[in-house]
Design a protein around this ligand. Structure first.
Ligand SMILES: C[S@@+](CC[C@H](N)C(=O)[O-])C[C@H]1O[C@@H](n2cnc3c(N)ncnc32)[C@H](O)[C@@H]1O
Length: 251
């Protein structure tokens, strides 16, 4: 396996450039505490339109977001990540209507325990020019595990939610991107996931690392991190971003 972690001389952070389905074979079984996966949603298309800065624009995130068989792809990578997940670990998978039905069915088929579906509501979602539908302003995050005994920091979730039980709808604006990656996730979203689903020194895996958001937050919160990204350009962005992040514990 080719490892491009040369410049990051920390055993705690391992970054790999290549196809996650292939590279995951080299990771030890049951060695990961938390997986955050932000896979291709398959929402790009030649004839798909979106609204950018108030203007109609083509919805094209890149060729990586155009899969001929999304079910087959989802089944392959989910099987591969489940092999490396610890029995008490959790997997968090983000999506939209383009891929979350397929993911939900696969989680069931693989006999995984679905803990929650978290709805991420973006109050600042851009308006639509077309008038035949609602403005898409949510993403859904499946939270699942291998068994009914899994790591979930309930008290911490309550404490970061003003002492109230945390609900499964998270209201969070999609902030300004820090990189040129078209689907960069907000660091605040990953902070919540990593704090609630893992502990200091746990190992976090992101098989579709993109611009490295998960790695940045994992490092900041003193977790170990394994990141995989197929595109060398995005890989370089992630590597630089993670390298320039300093560690500190929020809580
Ligand atoms: C939705 S984006 C992830 C964005 C990321 N969460 C962030 O905050 O920047 C999905 C990423 O997966 C990568 N990708 C697609 N297929 C892949 C594969 N088979 N193995 C590894 N990475 C892949 C794409 O190049 C893209 O950067």
């Amino acid at each position: 396996m080719k490892e491009y972690s040369g410049k990051i001389r920390r055993a705690n952070i391992k970054l790999f450039c290549g196809d996650a389905i292939e590279l995951l074979k080299y990771i030890k079984p049951k060695s990961i505490d938390l997986i955050f996966a932000d896979p291709p949603y398959n929402l790009s298309g030649k004839n798909f339109l979106t609204c950018k800065s108030g203007r109609i624009a083509k919805c094209d995130k890149g060729s990586w977001d155009q899969l001929s068989n999304i079910e087959e792809f989802n089944m392959k990578w989910i099987k591969a990540v489940i092999r490396v997940l610890k029995d008490d670990g959790t997997i968090w998978i983000s999506g939209t209507l383009h891929n979350h039905p397929s993911i939900g069915v696969i989680l069931k088929k693989l006999d995984l325990w679905i803990i929650n579906d978290v709805i991420w509501f973006k109050p600042n979602a851009p308006p639509l020019r077309i008038t035949n539908r609602f403005v898409p302003s949510t993403e859904l995050i499946w939270v699942a595990s291998k068994s009914k005994k899994y790591n979930f920091n309930y008290k911490l979730a309550k404490s970061i939610n003003n002492g109230k039980q945390m609900r499964n709808m998270w209201i969070l604006s999609a902030g300004r991107h820090k990189t040129s990656h078209p689907t960069e996730k907000p660091e605040k979203l990953l902070e919540k996931i990593i704090l609630i689903g893992s502990n200091k020194d746990d190992t976090i895996l992101d098989p579709f690392m993109g611009s490295g958001t998960t790695g940045v937050v994992a490092k900041r919160l003193k977790r170990k991190f394994i990141g995989i990204e197929i595109d060398k350009g995005y890989f370089d962005i992630a590597e630089k971003r993670i390298k320039n992040t300093s560690e500190f514990l929020l809580i």
